[in-house]
Structure formats: C-alpha cells, structure tokens
Ligand binder design. Structure first.
Ligand code: S6P
Ligand code: ZN
Length: 191
C-alpha cells in the first residue's frame, strides 16, 4: 500500500509517465463513485438510480507522495470518466480552499472544462492537453469531462489550503455543464 511521505521531505524526482498517467513514486489513490456525489447533480432521482444500480466510478485522483501539509506543494492527477447524468456532464465534487490560495491545473489527456465560482461570478476555461488553468485564491473549482474519452489533468496546489466540500453544497457553482448536440452548454445552477 502506498502512502504519503512523512516530513521532513527530502528533495526528490517524481517520474511522470505521460502515456499511462502515473507518478512514481506514488502516494494514495482516491476513487469517487457515483454514490460519493450526493447532492451535486441537478437530477437527484437519476443520481440515486445510478448510485443504487451500477454505481460507476466517476473519477480517480492519484497523488504523489507529497502530503497535504502547510508549506508543502502536493501534486495529483485526476481522471474523470466520460458520461452524463440526465445530460449533466460527469464532474468532480468541486471544493473551495478555506485557506484561500491559488492552484494550477495542467490538462493532460482528453477534453474538459474548469468551472470556477467566487460566490458571485462564474468562469469557465476549456481544457485540452497543454492548457494550464489558473485558479485564483477564493474561487471554488470543479472539473468536467466534456468529451467521449477519459479527461485527465495534473493539479499542483498548496498543501495547507484545505478542502471545503460543504461550501459547494451550500453555494453551488454558479453554473452546470450539460452535453448538447452542439457540444457543451452552461446553464444556471438551479434551473
Ligand atoms: C486539490 C485539487 C484536485 C482535486 C481533484 C478532485 O486542491 O483541486 O486534486 O482535489 O481534482 O476534485 P474534488 O473536488 O473531488 O476534490
Ligand atoms: Zn483545489
């Protein structure tokens, strides 16, 4: 079983396999199934049926061994499976960093979107391999797979930033991303 390293962390090289999307040495991997996304999809009945049925893996997050500790700089690779629930594209839960700090995402494979919300304004960045999405301090963020293959990105973030998932449940994300014949459409969060 892999684990985070214990501080003090020694300088290290982390091998990144751009094809297989692995980090080596690696830390823990997190798997989010449909049932872990309660309260997030607009169509809660469809969410409940999918959770009680096949309960598919929606995304995984694999980490380097750098722990989420103040002043460290952890990295992770998130892979979101293609799919939608009543048209709403599969996505991460989304969170706010309670200790407001910036973060960067680098798209690696597939196509996606980076949805950000500061409580008033919503921003969307189309993400394709090579795009760096910058998340400023104070912006909640959620990633969406907009394509037909897995969408993967590298995240690098301050280890002391923390993760507030309740903020998104309380405030929403301003918009939701839907699959349409023409591509992707953003709709108001509560409609
Ligand atoms: C951490 C960074 C990512 C996400 C990951 C899963 O600050 O933003 O590693 O944790 O993409 O998303 P979520 O919303 O389930 O944590
Ligand atoms: Zn984050």
């Amino acid at each position: 079983m892999t684990a985070f390293h214990t501080p003090p962390i020694s300088p290290m090289a982390i091998a990144f396999d751009a094809e297989r999307l692995t980090l080596s040495p690696e830390g823990p991997t997190l798997t989010r199934r449909m049932s872990d996304l309660e309260g997030l999809f607009r169509d809660s009945d469809a969410w409940a049926a999918e959770s009680a049925g096949e309960n598919p893996v929606v995304y995984t997050v694999t980490s380097s061994p750098v722990p989420e500790i103040d002043r460290e700089l952890p990295q992770s690779i998130t892979t979101i499976m293609p799919g939608d629930t009543s048209g709403e594209l599969w996505m991460t839960k989304g969170h706010q960093h309670p200790n407001h700090q910036g973060e960067i995402y680098l798209a690696l494979q597939g196509t996606g979107g980076l949805l950000m919300f500061d409580g008033e304004r919503t921003e969307w960045i189309d993400m394709q391999p090579g795009t760096i999405g910058y998340i400023p301090p104070g912006w909640a963020h959620r990633s969406v797979n907009t394509g037909d293959e897995p969408y993967s990105f590298l995240a690098v973030y301050p280890g002391g930033a923390g993760h507030d998932y309740g903020w998104v449940l309380e405030h929403g994300m301003g918009s939701r991303a839907y699959r349409t014949a023409g591509g992707v459409e953003l709709r108001p969060y509560s409609e």
